[in-house]
Design a protein around this ligand. Structure first.
Ligand code: DGJ
Length: 534
C-alpha cells in the first residue's frame, strides 16, 4: 500500500486526465482543432493538451495578446473537456523555434548556445539572464490571462512550463560566460545535495570523479559535467518561471522530458540539461515549484517503455505521461503505466492524425483509440484502487498465450484470445459477429472486494481460483491443481459501466454460454464486474 500523489484535481477531488495532445501548430488553428476534438471524442477523452506560443502572444516586446485563450477555452468547454496548457517559450524540443522574432533577431541581448566549434545554434542559453527575464515576463502575463479568463470555471487544470527543454546539439553552452561558469566552483548547495544522496546516478558520477567537495564542474563530475551544469541552470531557470507563475495563479505545473533512452546516447543528441534519468534527482531537488516531471514515452518495445515508467514513477514524482504514440504498441504498453506503475494521467500525441480525411479512425490508431476508451471506463477504479496493490496490468507480449497473476489469496489465470483455447467459448463475438483475428490482449484487472473483481480492456478471459492457504507460494504443482478445471465459480457476472461517482450501472447479465470457459472481456463489452462464490 502506498499513497498516490494526486496532482490533478477537479472541484478539489482527484482527477485522472486522459486524452491527447494536438499537433504542434494546431493551437491557433480552429479548423485543425475541430479534427482534434473529433479524435478526442472517439477516444472518450476527458482532457486535451494544447500549446500556447510565445511568438503568438507577445508579437512585440511588452504587447501581449491572449485572445487565443478565449477560443481554446470556448472549444474545450463546448466539448466538455479539461485543458492542459503547454508553454512553448524558451525551449521547444531543445530549440527556440517558438520564441518571438524580436528575441530571434537580437542575438546580442538574447544570447544563444555556442558550440565547441564556436558557432551559435538556434537554442537560447540558460546562462543568459536576459533570456530568463524575458520569458518570465511572458509566462507571468500568460498566468495573469489564465487567472482572468478561467479562475471561475477552471477548465485549465495544469500548465506545462516549456517543452522538452535542453540544448539539442551539444552538452553545454561553450560561450565565454558559460565556459567561465563551467570552470568556476560548483555551487555548495548542489555538492551537499549530491553528497547526501548515495545511490543516485549523479552521486555515482561524483564518486567516480573523486567525490571532491570543492572544485569546478569538470573536477567534480568528469565527462558528464557539461550536461550536469546545463541541467542545474535549466532546472533553476524553469523553477523561477513556475514560482513567478504560481504567485499569480496557483495551478499544477510540470516539465516534460525528451528521454535520453536509458543512457546509451550522449547529451546533445537528446536535449542536454533536460530532466533525463541521470539528472532527474538534480531536478527534483531544485524545482520545488514543479509538481511533476513527466517523460514523453514513445518507446515501442515494452522493456524500454517499462524502464522509463520505473524511473519516473517514484515516491517524490508520480508517473505522468504527457505524450505517447498515437498508434501501434502504445495500445498495450499504456496499461503497464496505468496498472503496474500507477500513472496519474495519460496522453498520446498528434491526435488529429489518428483520423483520415473522412474523420474515421485510421487502422494504425484503432487499437490505441479502443484502449483509451477502455481506460476511460476504468478511471473511477484507478482513482480508488491505485496504490492498494489491487490493480493489475494485463499485457500480451508477442507470442504469449497468457499470464498468471498471483493476488496473494487468489490466482488469476489470464488467457489471451488467440491462445490455444477457443475464445470466448460458446459466445459469438461480439454477440452475433465473428472477427477475422484477435487483437493482442491488453487491459486491467481491479480487485474491489474480497470476491469482487472488474475486468477492463480485452480480448482476454480470466479464471480466478482461491489458493488453499492465503499467501501460499504459488508453485507449478499448485497452479496445475487449481487450474485443473476451468469452471468459473461465480455469483454474478455483469457488463456495465461506472458513473462519475463510481456507482455501478449494469447493462447486461451474463450466464450460460457467456461464461463457459472463463470470464472474458473485450474492448467492446465495456467493463465486466464479477462476484465470485468463494
Ligand atoms: C515531442 C515533443 O514534445 C512534441 O512537441 C512533438 O514534437 C513530438 N515529440 C513529435 O513526436
Amino acid at each position: 500500500m502506498h499513497e498516490i500523489k494526486h496532482i490533478f484535481r477537479v472541484n478539489g477531488e482527484p482527477f485522472f486526465p486522459l486524452g491527447g495532445q494536438v499537433h504542434n501548430s494546431s493551437g491557433y488553428n480552429l479548423a485543425e482543432l475541430e479534427a482534434a476534438f473529433k479524435a478526442l471524442e472517439l477516444m472518450d477523452a476527458n482532457t486535451v493538451e494544447i500549446p500556447v506560443y510565445w511568438y503568438q502572444v507577445e508579437p512585440e516586446e511588452g504587447r501581449f495578446d491572449f485572445s487565443v485563450l478565449d477560443d481554446l477555452l470556448a472549444g474545450c468547454r463546448a466539448h466538455g473537456l479539461k485543458l492542459m496548457l503547454l508553454w512553448f517559450g524558451t525551449w521547444k524540443n531543445g530549440q527556440m523555434e517558438y520564441t518571438p522574432n524580436w528575441v530571434k533577431s537580437d542575438q546580442e541581448r538574447f544570447r544563444r548556445v555556442v558550440t565547441p566549434a564556436g558557432y551559435t545554434i538556434p537554442v537560447l542559453s540558460s546562462q543568459c539572464e536576459e533570456n530568463r527575464l524575458a520569458d518570465e515576463r511572458a509566462f507571468t502575463a500568460l498566468m495573469r490571462a489564465v487567472r482572468e479568463k478561467d479562475a471561475e470555471e477552471k477548465t485549465i487544470i495544469a500548465v506545462q512550463v516549456e517543452n522538452e527543454p535542453g540544448i539539442l546539439g551539444c552538452d553545454r553552452d561553450y560561450g565565454e560566460d558559460s565556459t567561465a561558469a563551467f570552470h568556476s566552483a560548483v555551487p555548495a548547495e548542489l555538492v551537499e545535495q549530491v553528497a547526501g544522496h548515495p545511490g543516485t546516478p549523479i552521486h555515482a558520477a561524483w564518486e567516480g570523479a573523486g567525490a571532491r567537495r570543492e572544485g569546478t564542474w569538470p573536477q567534480l563530475f568528469g565527462w558528464q559535467a557539461g550536461e550536469f551544469m546545463t541541467a542545474w541552470q535549466i532546472a533553476h531557470y524553469i523553477d523561477s518561471l513556475a514560482a513567478a507563475g504560481k504567485a499569480i495563479y496557483d495551478i499544477p505545473m510540470s516539465i516534460n522530458v525528451w528521454l535520453g533512452d536509458g543512457g546509451h546516447r550522449i547529451a546533445g543528441k537528446y536535449p542536454s540539461g533536460g530532466a533525463v534519468t541521470r539528472v532527474l534527482d538534480l531536478y527534483k531537488w531544485n524545482t520545488p515549484h514543479i509538481d511533476v516531471i513527466a517523460p514523453d514515452i514513445y518507446a515501442a518495445d515494452s522493456a524500454s517503455y517499462r524502464f522509463e515508467c520505473e524511473h519516473y514513477g517514484r515516491e517524490d514524482n508520480p508517473l505522468f505521461i504527457p505524450e505517447s504514440a498515437p498508434g501501434g504498441s502504445n495500445a498495450r504498453n499504456m496499461f503497464y503505466a496505468l496498472g503496474a506503475y500507477d500513472a496519474i494521467g495519460y496522453f498520446c500525441f498528434g491526435i488529429e492524425s489518428m483520423l483520415d480525411e473522412s474523420g474515421a479512425v485510421r487502422p494504425i490508431s484503432r487499437e490505441v483509440v479502443e484502449s483509451f476508451r477502455a481506460a476511460r471506463q476504468a478511471l473511477p477504479l484507478l482513482l480508488q484502487y491505485q496504490g492498494t496493490g489491487n490493480v493489475y496490468a494485463v499485457v500480451q507480449e508477442e507470442h504469449a498465450g497468457g499470464q498468471t497473476i498471483d493476488m496473494g489469496d487468489y490466482v488469476a489465470w489470464v488467457r489471451y484470445a488467440d491462445s490455444d483455447q477457443p475464445y470466448p467459448r460458446g459466445y459469438l463475438y461480439p454477440r452475433g459477429g465473428g472477427p477475422d483475428g484477435f487483437d493482442r490482449a491488453r487491459g486491467l484487472i481491479v480487485r474491489a472486494g474480497e470476491r469482487e473483481f472488474y475486468l477492463a480492456g480485452g480480448p482476454f478471459r480470466v479464471i480466478f481460483k482461491r489458493k488453499p492457504a492465503p499467501d501460499a507460494e504459488l508453485t507449478p504443482a499448485m497452479a496445475a491443481e487449481l487450474l485443473s478445471d476451468e469452471l468459473p465459480d461465480f455469483q454474478m457476472v455483469e457488463e456495465g459501466s461506472l458513473d462519475d461517482s463510481g456507482n455501478w450501472q449494469p447493462r447486461h447479465w451474463r450466464n450460460g454460454d457467456e461464461v463457459t470457459g472463463g470470464l472474458w472481456v473485450d474492448v467492446k463489452s465495456g467493463l465486466v464486474r464479477v462476484i465470485l462464490t468463494r
